[in-house]
Design a binder for this molecule. Structure first.
Ligand code: XMP
Length: 514
């Protein structure tokens, strides 16, 4: 989609490039992360208001280090180089970069020594986060140093006439407390952005774009009830109404009442053409007797495709398949570093469709970060229980029922899980808990009830805090909350006589138990 006002971020492979984009977007300025070697001419054609060169792990003088098109500096578009980006600016324009013998890493205090639009409105002494080996030793002609730290005489530099700036530190991380303000200063004071990128505008623009693309054709969407596919559904429905057809697979492994909620909300309230595959029995039959976690996943994945395809064929004449791909998946394929993260993740998407279902893709959220997707969802009128929903694995409760999966065990876990969620949702700060759920263990333990001895199931409760699910800490739930969860599960869920709390972090544990 075309944006009238945007900033280009060239990615040199820093682990925190995404944060630059997030900080810029928080200022309501649209930005995109693009390839480090994008040609100046191509970029000029897309007319960004500013260009940011990101940090990166390489040294500018290393053989094969990612370089920029030198013509970028002749475009007359404001440029900000961050860390490696500053060194690249200095080297390209005839300055000197000293290869670092030791890395400077961590917090530093920086003195602002000259007026510079980046630091407008800020104190003269600022805490910044350094993480670099190389540093600029001699500035290119036309540049002056505007800030210094103990280790870095050129902690920031500028050429105001050409609107080219460089900072040796990372303004995008939280350890540079005024960093977001500095990036805002670049966007507003240097690039002249107005900061009018709102989710309402995103929706408006996207609806036009979707209508233009789809025309009178039809679109199919696999709706799971998760945040991403729900927001895609609401957006497409607003754009093309009855030309959207959703397929929802009820695999019988969803949370308590979830399938009914999806049908009520999307089928009834929104009035979307919703095709539910009531496939609970199919899934349970195929899972009968299976206890190996990987096998469970494989069976569920394959059965999902079969059921989905059968429904999809019945919808008929459809040209497009909509998917909830998000921006982080897109960015990972741009980084010069490559490696395992460089392939687009597909586990959320419907992969492995037969060739004759030759859909073209529509991915209306591919420009958005998760928090922006939630904001779009709210704007489109989706309820909080959908937009703030915690992550839920594709194989559902199957990977939370250790051992055999039966209808009874699914029903038991659904009730126990409901109690966990109800009690945690009562906590004011429940959005700080990344994920929380119950797990049904494959063992029984002894208990007493009245004068009788019981021999029943154990439920484990898992709650974690995390930023991206890659690492996680077990959540320190208040004792009162644990107490209520335990009491309610044992008293209200028949067949459970013991509740335990999982106090392991990831790594070495995982969030799920299987
Ligand atoms: P683990 O258990 O690997 O989970 O620490 C990390 C995050 O991924 C979710 N998860 C899955 N999501 N299909 C999915 O779509 C899966 O097979 C799957 N397994 C785990 C998990 O809930 C957590 O958020």
């Amino acid at each position: 989609m075309k944006h009238h006002e945007w900033i280009a971020i060239l990615d040199y492979g820093s682990q925190v490039t995404q944060l630059i984009a997030r900080r810029i977007r928080e200022q309501k300025v649209y930005c995109e992360i693009i390839r480090f070697d994008t040609k100046a001419e191509e970029l000029a054609g897309r007319a960004p208001r500013g260009i940011i060169l990101s940090g990166g792990p390489a040294g500018v003088a290393d053989a094969g280090s990612p370089l920029c098109d030198p013509a970028l500096f002749e475009l007359g578009i404001p440029i900000l180089g961050i860390c490696y980006g500053m060194q690249l600016t200095a080297q390209t324009l005839g300055g000197k970069v000293h290869p670092g013998l030791k890395r400077e890493y961590g917090k530093a205090m920086m003195q602002v020594t000259k007026d510079c639009p980046l630091f407008q409105g800020l104190e003269k002494e600022l805490q910044v986060w350094m993480s670099h080996g190389d540093k600029v030793e001699a500035m290119p002609a036309g540049f002056e140093a505007v800030a210094e730290s103990d280790n870095c005489p050129y902690a920031a530099m500028q050429n105001p006439a050409k609107k080219i700036y460089g900072v040796q530190f990372h303004p995008e991380v939280v350890h540079t407390p005024q960093g977001a303000k500095m990036l805002g200063n670049f966007a507003f004071n240097v690039c002249g952005c107005s900061g009018d990128w709102e989710m309402s505008k995103f929706i408006e623009d996207n609806i036009q774009a979707i209508r233009a693309k789809v025309g009178s054709d039809h679109v199919l969407l696999g709706l799971s009830g998760g945040v991403d596919s729900s927001v895609v559904a609401a957006l497409l429905h607003k754009a093309i109404g009855p030309q959207l057809h959703c397929v929802f697979v009820d695999n019988g492994l969803l949370r308590y009442n979830e399938a009914q909620e999806v049908e009520e909300l999307f089928g009834k309230a929104f009035g979307i053409d919703l095709h539910t595959a009531h496939a609970q029995d199919t899934f349970l039959d195929k899972l009968a007797g299976i206890t190996d976690p990987e096998q469970k996943r494989k069976i569920i994945g394959k059965t999902f495709i079969d059921v989905f395809v059968e429904k999809a064929r019945r919808v008929g004449n459809v040209k497009y398949l909509a998917q909830g791909t998000l921006y982080p998946d897109v960015i990972e394929s741009i980084s010069p570093i490559g490696g395992p993260s460089a392939t687009i993740k597909s586990h959320h998407n419907v992969g492995g469709l037969p060739d004759d279902l030759n859909f073209e893709l529509i991915e209306p959220l591919r420009e958005l970060f998760k928090d922006e997707v939630r904001a779009v969802g709210r704007e489109l009128g989706l309820p909080g229980y959908i937009v703030d929903r915690q992550p839920f694995p594709g194989p559902g409760l199957a990977v939370r029922i250790l051992g055999d999966i039966t209808q009874d065990r699914v029903a038991l876990l659904q009730l126990a899980d409901l109690r966990v969620r109800e009690e945690i949702l009562k906590m004011e700060n429940h959005l700080d808990v990344w994920q929380y759920f119950a797990v049904l263990l494959p063992i029984q333990t002894v208990g007493v009830m009245g004068d009788d001895r019981t021999y029943e199931n154990v439920v484990a409760v898992r709650a974690v805090e995390s930023l991206d699910g890659m690492t996680a800490d077990w959540y320190k739930l208040p004792y009162e909350v644990m107490d209520r969860i335990s009491n309610r599960i044992i008293n209200e869920v028949k067949g459970v006589n013991r509740v335990v709390y999982d106090i392991s972090s990831k790594p070495p544990s995982t969030i799920e138990w299987e």
